[in-house]
Ligand binder design. Structure first.
Ligand code: KIV
Ligand code: ZN
Length: 385
């Protein structure tokens, strides 16, 4: 089984979500939870972007011991120096430096020629390598870049000292098949590629970030980047909890694993949701409130007989104590009887039938039946002569 490193960027790309602004203490609290979760690398921020982010990255780098801490920099000395000052006291100083490689970005944003971009990337990696023990280089917008140009710049950046090459799908453009193809192409056409770890970094603009990350793993990526709850720029980044749980549940298929402590997933999700103010949708895979909720009678009956009928993930795997049989208009007698017993009521068969009818009548009028509703119905039936 091949190990895939988890590079968490909740505190950098995740914090770039519109409307999210974490202070240094909040970032530190999240960093400690990410360390408990067991991420291999955490990107704590972009030190040159603000004094606050510089301080946050510095305090995380000085506190976290069991995950590597990194920070983002553009390919200029000022950014790299700021990152060094923030990260130099970490256990294993690590830099993430990037420059865009697509014609759209080089022409309109950077206003540089392809050769100037190569020079800038090589110079920055060499300079960073004179300070940091590990340097990751990212080809921003790699998925809309010319693949032969990518192969050339990657070869040169590896010779300059990069040990991780990241191929971001910056705008969430590619399909899983195409993203996997990029990884295969680079492995076939970059002669020194065996010296580095290849990393995937996906955005979710077309809803394919998790699928693309898994496709990259199938095509040989050794590192996956993403955020908890999939927060991030625009439609967000790949949701790490989805990728890690998919690898766990389908390990025979992917033949790859992470060393995340999956029973810390729910707690991480809740903390990040609370501190960022970004609510997790109820139907969100793995961490949504409904991920282990069953409402229909057929499903409830199946789950009560054998949970695996409708659950491929056990709630305990991600740190949730149990599944949840929600009582609503689609629920059946079996789940109702189970709930009555759990609430401590003992009713005769006849009274139980009447209570079930009363519950169904109410369920037609309300979205969800609460425990208080049930108590009212059951107490009535228990006390009826
Ligand atoms: O999406 C992206 O391209 C990025 C880079 C800075 C790695 O976040
Ligand atoms: Zn990104």
């Amino acid at each position: 089984m091949r190990k895939v490193n988890i590079f968490d960027t909740t505190l950098r790309d995740g914090e770039q979500s519109a409307g999210v602004n974490l202070n240094a203490l909040e970032k530190l609290e999240i960093a400690k939870q990410l360390e408990r979760l067991g991420v291999d690398i955490m990107e704590a921020g972009f030190p040159a972007s603000s004094k606050g982010d510089f301080q946050a990255v510095k305090s995380i780098a000085e506190t976290v011991k069991n995950s590597s801490v990194t920070g983002l920099a553009r390919t200029n000395k000022k950014d790299i120096d700021a990152a060094w000052e923030a990260l130099k006291n970490s256990e294993e100083p690590r830099l993430h430096v990037f420059i865009a490689t697509s014609p759209i970005h080089m022409t309109h944003k950077l206003k540089k020629t392809p050769n100037e971009v190569i020079e800038s990337a090589v110079e920055a990696v060499k300079y960073a390598k004179s300070k940091f023990s590990h340097v990751q280089w990212s080809a921003e917008d790699s998925c809309r870049s010319d693949k032969w140009y990518l192969a050339e710049i990657i070869t040169k950046v590896i010779d300059a000292g990069a040990s991780v090459i990241n191929l971001p799908d910056t705008v969430g453009y590619r399909s899983p098949e195409e993203y996997g193809e990029l990884f295969r192409f680079v492995q076939e056409h970059v002669p020194n590629i065996h010296r580095v770890v290849l990393s995937a970094h996906c955005h979710d603009d077309l809803g394919m970030a998790t699928a693309n990350s898994l496709a990259a793993i199938e095509a040989g990526a050794g590192q996956i980047e993403g955020t908890i709850n999939g927060i991030g720029e625009r439609a967000g980044n790949a949701a790490l909890e989805e990728i890690a749980v998919a690898l766990h549940i389908r390990q025979n298929f992917y033949q790859a694993m992470t060393t995340l402590k999956l029973d810390e997933v729910k707690r991480s999700s809740q903390l990040i949701s609370k501190l960022t103010g970004m609510t997790v949708p109820g139907n969100k895979a793995v961490v949504g409130a409904n991920a282990f909720a069953h409402e229909s009678g057929i499903h409830q009956d199946g789950v009560l007989k054998e949970a695996t009928t409708y659950e491929i993930i056990t709630p305990e795997l991600i740190g949730v104590s149990s599944n949840n049989l929600v009582l609503g208009k689609h629920s059946g007698r079996h789940a109702f009887k189970d709930k009555v017993a759990k609430l401590g009521f003992e009713l005769s068969k006849e009274r139980l039938n009447e209570a079930f009818e009363a519950f169904k009548e109410l369920a037609d009028k309300k979205k969800e039946i609460t425990e208080d509703d049930l108590f009212a119905i059951l107490t009535d039936k228990q006390t009826e002569a």
